[in-house]
Design a protein around this ligand. Sequence first.
Ligand code: AMP
Length: 510
Amino acid sequence: MAESAAQSILSLFLATCTASPQAPFLIAQDGSVLTYAAAFARSAQLAHAFRASGVQPGDRIAVQVEKSQTALLTYLAALQAGAVYLPLNTAYTIGEVRYFLGDAGPSLVLCRPDDEPAMAALCTDLGVSAWLTLDADGTGGTLINAAAGQPETFDSAPAAADGLAAILYTSGTTGRSKGAMLSHANLASNALTLREYWCFTAEDRLLHALPIFHTHGLFVATNVTIAAGAAMIFLPKFDADALVSLMPQASVLMGVPTFYTRLLTHTGFTRELAAGMRLFVSGSAPLSAETHKEFSALTGHAILERYGMTETNMNTSNPYDGLRKPGSVGFPLPGVAVRIADPETATVLPQGEIGGIEVKGPNVFGGYWQMPEKTAQEFRADGFFITGDLGFIDADGYVHIVGRAKDLIIAGGFNIYPAEVEAALDEIPGIAESAVIGVPHADMGEAVVAVVKSTDGALDQAAVLAALKDSLARFKQPRAVVFVEELPRNTMGKVQKALLRETYGTLFSQ
Ligand code: AMP
């Protein structure tokens, strides 16, 4: 059973600092270890630096820096200072950052040294009173100077369970990005649930190669590690060679599906190498059933796929013990209610029917920052959050995602779920991966277009369509098959379907 959600990530972190101060928290690529005690001391110094810059409890601290140990410690420092942590994707341009700072009104911005001139001008313009810098390896910058010599303890006030811990902006592929407000209880309850569900202990060594501006790397991986008093082998970025060389020291890998497709093509990734691992977790984007099966065949490990989002932390997971179904995201986590409802009428649908996935639980955020109307639109009256994903629950209780509601294709009045067509395409020998989109079509409203990455030069549209003839109803079959070198994916491995729709939107209207 998960412990009380009244705990916070900080209280879980402090518990290990007290009970096992010499336990490793972060292990660098060269093997050097930062213990829990050292991480506490360094984050306390950073918290003092924040205070000295004017940060008061409840203030937002916006952070756009490269991944490093110190960058991660700024999260713990913000929690110690009672501030609200606001990480920003390192790919955002200064123009995009203007929107986030203007919206969130932080009292401190932490940026890369090279960005300082532009960030300083922006802060002055927006009335943000302080900014500091941190370099890529986390050892230099004005933050480091400000933290030097500060006390190695910080007297934190206990966090209120419903107090704000972080604001994470959604990726905003449709419309403006929204700031999801996550409370201490949201984060702690999910971390404790996942610790139990995935059987984490202090012995675990998690290979961490995800970015830390997103819920997957910042919360799922880090918070579970903290809740278990475990350690992370902390890499600056995904690098298949580094994963292969460090895997013998690790017990768990958390990744996006591209980690797994890349590992599968790495000659050093073998059954023997994976033998010492306890768990491989995948999420943030659909893991194809094909990749799941190939991985099992090579390593003997069934990848554990789970489903979550910025607004909700984790909602469902395949079981630790028991069948991890390829193509499924598993069962609702303990304490999380998942239902499938008609997106228009909100009527709950019978088992097996496709509809909108709605969730409710202690993991679900409180709303969007300063957007009460948008927040109200995305919650049902009984408190369920409308995820915007479409899916169904099978006869065994496993949840399956068939795509985002906005990616649903309606051709000639029929609903076509991209995931179903993608699964059929992925089974065709020579297709490495695929993305299915709807594009405007004069006759049918929308037409199905398959964008595929092929490993077989001889494969052409006719061959793909012939292969689909018996596996998909006629109306679901693509009207065009486009071959690409790579599918456009964002840093979290999600295929950018909006971009594909832009690129191929005029295929049938020229
Ligand atoms: P983000 O807020 O960036 O984490 O994106 C959340 C979205 O990613 C969800 O609403 C889903 O559309 C998608 N997603 C996350 N995990 C999975 C998964 N295991 N399978 C399919 N889609 C997923």
